[in-house]
Design a protein around this ligand. Structure first.
Ligand SMILES: [Mn+2]
Length: 274
């Protein structure tokens, strides 16, 4: 079943005001209901290479593996859906690809990338992330952060050293404690939830949420929610107007219709006429 007419996905990436190249990568597959965003790091061209490798590798892996999954089944060991396990496996595979490329090529030494992945299936979502790229959801006109940054700063907040307000002003907020491709293995955070019609999801790089507040992100999404392309453009514009010190990316997904895998008889009849 293609999710193309049920989930609308669109996005933009921009090098920002200060940087002359863009180390962020975004991609999506509307049929699979899949959105992927990566923010690369590492000298020379390392950052660009790492984020592009991650995004391509994850889309390729999932294009193959998702088709073989029986939706509705869960993994005995973890209790996660098989879709979540496939997303995790795809990120781990990308980790290996990047790590090996860095080992073989001196100029890519130490390269790595953050990753955030959003997958829709059977009226549900899986969110997977590593690093400080984020996923937000707007439901009932309220913005909610669905991921927890893997940064030194977030760890210090968690341990009570800083309040979130103090953290916002801290200097080294971008020190990530986890990244894809920097070591032989990687730990991936997985979240599963229900998806509801009219939900809007935002995947973004730190170049967005470091430049503008969550309140402004919420305003941009709510004000332009009938046109996701405008939301993406407005978010990028706002980030650049507020400094644009880093590459900035916004990838948006909106639930247009329910998307149960087999559907009950009622939703199948609705689908016939819509
Ligand atoms: Mn960044």
């Amino acid at each position: 079943m293609s999710l193309k007419d049920k989930i609308h996905i669109t996005g933009l990436t921009d090098s920002g005001v200060v940087r002359d190249h863009n180390e962020d990568s975004i991609s999506s597959n509307a049929d699979l209901g899949l959105a992927v965003l990566a923010d690369g790091m590492g000298g020379h061209k390392g950052g660009e290479v790492a984020s592009a490798l991650a995004v391509d590798s994850i889309l390729n892996s999932l294009s193959e593996s998702l088709g073989q999954i029986k939706t509705g089944e869960i993994d005995d060991e973890t209790g996660y859906s098989l879709e979540s396990m496939a997303v995790e496996a795809a990120i781990k595979q990308a980790n290996t690809v990047i790590y090996q490329a860095a080992q073989k090529n001196k100029q890519y030494e130490g390269m790595g990338t953050t990753i955030v992945v959003l997958l829709f299936y059977d009226n549900r979502i899986t969110i997977a992330h590593v690093g400080d790229s984020r996923l937000y959801r707007v439901r009932d006109n309220k913005l909610e952060l669905m991921t927890r940054d893997h940064t030194l700063l977030q760890e210090l907040v968690d341990r009570g050293f800083y309040t979130p307000e103090e953290a916002q002003k801290s200097l080294n907020k971008n020190l990530v404690t986890r990244a894809v491709g920097v070591s032989p293995t990687v730990d991936v955070d997985l979240t599963e939830d229900m998806a509801v019609v009219d939900d809007i999801y935002l995947l973004c790089s730190d170049g967005l949420n470091d430049m503008i507040s969550d309140d402004l992100i919420e305003d941009c999404i709510i004000n332009f929610k009938d046109n996701l392309d405008t939301v993406a453009a407005e978010l990028i514009t706002q980030a650049k107007q507020h400094g644009g010190k880093d590459n900035v990316s916004a990838l948006l997904a909106k639930v247009i219709k329910p998307f149960p895998v087999n559907g009950n008889w009622l939703s199948r009849i609705f689908d016939l006429f819509s």
